[in-house]
Design a protein around this ligand. Sequence first.
Ligand code: NAG
Ligand code: NAG
Length: 174
Amino acid sequence: MRKFPPFLVFSIVLCFQSSSFMALKRERTLAMIKPDGIDGNFTDRIKQVILENGFIIVQELMVQLVVENATTFYSEHSAKSFFPNLVEYMTSGPVLAMVIEKTNGISEWRALIGPTDAGKARVTHPHSIRAMCGSSTQRNCVHGSDSSLAAAREILFFFGDISAGAVAVEHDEL
Ligand SMILES: *[C@@H]1O[C@H](CO)[C@@H](O)[C@H](O)[C@H]1NC(C)=O
Ligand SMILES: *[C@@H]1O[C@H](CO)[C@@H](O)[C@H](O)[C@H]1NC(C)=O
């Protein structure tokens, strides 16, 4: 029978231990600066906040969405009364889509942008990004994926299958 070198066994045990110690996972999420954020010249400030909070920007893409794109991206809202307005707003100017990455990146980015209603954000989360650059529930200047499923779908929407060759290191998967 083959014997494994002791140091190898030791390192594997160490890996398992450290991974169960920190159930922390590096995650990629989709961040988007919406037309009002671009138009209000908030792009540089928002990127600065992203970097200052320990995210890396993996990829970015400035794009003008057409009706078909916005309809696809927000398809889960297609039955809502605000949908036509939402599509009109999202196609009113270019957006900046970014794949950003950090430990627990999905919830960290949601926390950083603050509540959907930017007016409310000013009161309850004055240091959030939406408090800085948004003005209402719809014109709230930034988007963040709300789950890992949404992050995967939304990154695919803008960037294609970028994760195929370059998956982020996930420390709790061995
Ligand atoms: C944004 O910057 C452009 C170019 O510097 C300027 O023309 C425009 O007035 C600015 N818009 C706002 C809302 O500050
Ligand atoms: C937006 O729609 C156009 C036309 O259908 C398509 O060519 C383009 O790939 C779409 N862009 C995105 C980001 O989905």
